[in-house]
Design a binder for this molecule. Structure first.
Ligand code: UD1
Ligand code: CA
Length: 491
């Protein structure tokens, strides 16, 4: 049954993160902790989703408008406990005219990014099939320290006791409260106003509603999470890194099972929004971020970071950093290549070693093989850009655009000073500084003509190694010359 509402508690400060960023906005796998929880909740298709914000609420609300504009928020100005937070969320729902007559009310926390929709569906299905008033998601931990402990009376739960309020005997219980629950609307609304602050932390404990519901004759269940990682809460950077590693392994396993080769899972970081076709290969130390997509047969890495890129079928991308770039089918990129936003490499194109490209389109079969900067250029098909060429796009104030046609051969070490247009099939000589348009089929030579000043070194740099070497050369050529005395017939 669809929940009538999901409430996510996210007002806490998260002091142990020691961060200017609110805890729930820290990210793993390209998504905030809070948005991971929202995505899991969304699987249950709740009628309403209400998030209790507090610490850093402006930043949290701004983030939510961007990633989940369909959710509502309510501000908890003073952190007076989990029970208080749920109380103001229920009040906000009622004030917004939301009817809670339908499905259950689910309560989650915003710092458990490994929670899955599947686990929530299991919680809801147990809740429904037993006609429970409350169902708690629990976990059995070897070290339950710090968590609330589940008190059982046979198969029913009779209460939850917090670590700080527990007796020594209760602290030995391994089954803990994850802080995630499904309630019948009636029982949560009926008990939330009866909470007191009569406990070691002087807070309104949400956990106290469990005892209230149980003693009132309600059915309270504890459902053990299938994977105890699902309930892992993040309180500091160590737990953040642990959760990131678990999520990385989950994501990588999913891709490997769907036919993607990942050679070294522990050094491969793939964001949740990435899409990879079967028979693609990801080599070690590669990071795929944002909505990157990789087609079949492509080989990514080693040592490659792609941010929001599209990689075509059978393309090869080695030791590359690329952002918002499109790499065509069977194209070849790297090693040591930097592709900046707006780069498009056509089918069978090449951006080779030590090449940087920005806001430039390279046509099908065109190549920039070595040591070049291509900025603000449109290059046609089947063209070749010689080693060490720079597209001089910046005049110090404005950027200008260059157009290079099809079948063009730019010589090595050219400076192509934009704006300029090089026609189809044109050639440019090595070392040229191209400042004017080149007509189709022309050869542009834009460099000083070579002049040799004979004997200059021996005259101006006598006694140097260069002068000595020059002298040796001169001696050799005189000795070997047919007119020299050594070679005459008289000898
Ligand atoms: C709570 C549970 C505990 C459980 C643990 C699981 C209570 C009394 N205890 O303890 O049984 O084992 O979670 O992690 O509920 N929050 C608010 N407003 C508040 C207080 C908390 O929004 O006034 C939010 C926090 O941001 C956090 C969540 O509620 O996301 C849990 O609060 P926290 O203080 O961490 O509760 P615990 O003491 O860990
Ligand atoms: Ca906690």
């Amino acid at each position: 049954m669809r929940p009538s509402a999901v409430i996510i508690l996210a007002a806490g400060e998260g002091t142990r993160m020691k961060s200017a960023t609110p805890k729930v906005l820290h990210q793993i796998a390209g998504r905030s902790l809070l948005n991971h929880v929202i995505e899991a909740a969304a699987v249950t298709e709740p009628e309403h989703l209400m998030i209790v914000v507090g610490h850093g609420s402006n930043a949290v609300i701004e983030h939510l408008e961007e990633v989940a504009p369909w959710v509502s928020t309510v501000e908890q100005t003073e952190r007076r406990g989990t029970g208080h937070a749920v109380r103001i969320a229920l009040t906000a729902l009622v004030e917004a005219g939301v009817s809670l007559d339908g499905g259950p009310v689910v309560v989650l926390t915003g710092d458990t990014p490994l929670l899955t929709g599947t686990t929530l569906l299991q919680l809801l299905s147990a809740h429904e099939s037993h006609s429970a008033q409350a169902t708690i998601l629990t976990a059995e931990l070897d070290d339950p320290f710090g968590y609330g402990r589940i008190l059982r009376d046979g198969s029913r739960v009779s209460g939850i006791v917090e670590e700080k309020d527990a007796t020594d005997e209760q602290r030995l219980i391994n089954e803990i409260n994850s802080g995630m629950y499904a309630f019948s609307a009636e029982s949560i609304v009926g008990s939330i106003n009866s909470l007191t602050t009569d406990n070691s932390q002087s807070e309104e404990y949400l956990t106290d509603v469990i005892e209230l519901i149980a003693t009132g004759g309600g059915v309270v269940l504890g459902v053990v999470a299938p994977d105890s990682n699902d309930i892992l809460g993040i309180n500091d950077r160590v737990q953040l890194a642990d959760a990131a590693a678990i999520m990385r392994d989950r994501i990588n396993e999913r891709w490997m099972r769907s036919g993607v080769s990942i050679l070294d899972s522990s050094s491969t970081w793939i964001d949740v929004d990435v899409d990879i076709a079967p028979d693609a290969t990801v080599l070690p130390q590669s990071v795929l971020r944002g909505p990157t997509s990789i087609e079949t047969g492509a080989e990514i890495g080693p040592g490659t970071t792609l941010i929001s890129c599209e990689v075509g079928e059978s393309a090869v991308v080695r030791h590359t950093w690329a952002e918002l770039a499109v790499i065509g089918q069977s194209a070849n990129v790297g090693p040591y290549t930097y592709l900046r936003p707006g780069t498009v490499i056509g089918a069978r194109g090449k951006a080779g070693a030590f090449v940087e490209m920005k806001n430039s389109q390279l046509g099908d079969g065109s190549k920039v093989p070595h040591l070049s900067y291509v900025g603000d250029a449109t290059i046609g098909e089947g063209s070749n850009i010689g080693a060490g060429t720079v597209f001089v796009n910046y005049d110090g104030v404005n950027k200008h655009h260059t157009v290079v046609g099809d079948g063009v051969r730019i010589g090595s070490d050219n400076m192509i000073v934009a704006p300029v247009e090089i026609g189809n099939g044109a050639y440019t000589a090595a070392g040229s500084v191209i400042t004017d348009d080149v007509p189709p089929g022309a050869m542009a030579v834009a460099r000083a003509k070579q002049r040799n000043v004979e004997g200059w070194v021996q005259r101006k740099r006598p006694g140097t190694v260069s002068a000595e070497a020059a002298q040796t050369s001169q001696d050799d050529s005189e000795r070997l010359s047919p007119t020299s005395p050594e070679n005459s017939l008289d000898n």
